[in-house]
Design a protein around this ligand. Structure first.
Ligand SMILES: [Fe+2]
Length: 231
């Protein structure tokens, strides 16, 4: 197993791009992988993959799907599609219009893509149209894969810590103040989605793009993070 790949659960991996910055804040991002029923891999929310990381992924097996699950993390998906040219690109509606030079072969809809049958379930986070996020659950390991669904930043220092203090988002799993004001257009709809997810899915672990893995009690923690939208 390459040092680049962190095992989240059996058949689930994450690559933490710790140095990734946005808006001057070093918040990191993640690329995630999960194994499909036919033994191939889905690459979820690809980030700035290095050649070594691409080689590590190839060491796991064939990537048959590049999955772009929201409208905010699409800066690196075209490069991922080029790195894995045999993969089918499955993306949230709207990604194709934002990313030039990349063919989208399938758009996410009401149900999880057929390629994920037996492995992953899916729901859309409603009420956040600028985010346009689709959330995936892997029942085999009770692992939920989100992107900007929540942040889980711990141990930040300096300006990053100050910025997240302004966001009420240090050292906890939460939706940032900025996230609430910029992306949650309809709290009731978004909160309803989170209720449906946590009713249907017995979530233990949660992977989000910005911050650490949440190792346990995911169902309760996710609902708590979105409690502002459940009132
Ligand atoms: Fe993000």
């Amino acid at each position: 197993m390459s040092a680049e790949l962190h095992v989240v659960a059996d058949g689930v991996w994450t690559i933490h791009h710790r140095d990734f910055s946005m808006g001057g804040m070093r918040l990191g991002t993640r690329s995630n992988l999960f194994r499909l029923a036919d033994g191939t891999l889905a690459l979820h929310a690809p980030g700035p993959l290095t050649p070594a990381q691409i080689a590590a992924i190839r060491g796991l097996g064939e990537v048959s799907v590049v999955l772009v699950p929201n409208l905010l993390h699409n800066g690196y998906c075209a490069a991922a599609a080029r790195a894995f040219p045999a993969a089918k690109v499955i993306a949230a509606p709207g990604v194709a219009a934002k990313v030039s030079g990349m063919a989208v072969h399938e758009e996410l809809g009401e149900r999880a893509p057929g390629a994920f049958a037996g492995v992953a379930e899916m729901m859309r986070l409603e009420g956040c149209p600028k985010m346009g996020e689709y959330v995936f659950f892997l029942p085999g390991s009770r692992t939920l894969l989100g992107v900007d669904l929540a942040f889980n930043l711990h141990g930040l220092t300096g300006f990053d810590r100050f910025a997240m203090w302004m966001n009420n988002a240090n050292d906890k799993f939460c939706v940032t103040n900025l996230g609430r004001s910029m992306y949650v257009a309809d709290r009731a709809a978004a909160g309803g989605s989170v209720v449906r997810m946590t009713d249907a899915w017995d979530v233990e672990q949660i992977v989000v793009s910005h911050g650490e893995l949440l190792k346990s009690d995911g169902r309760r923690v996710l609902r708590e993070a979105w409690s502002f939208a459940l009132e």
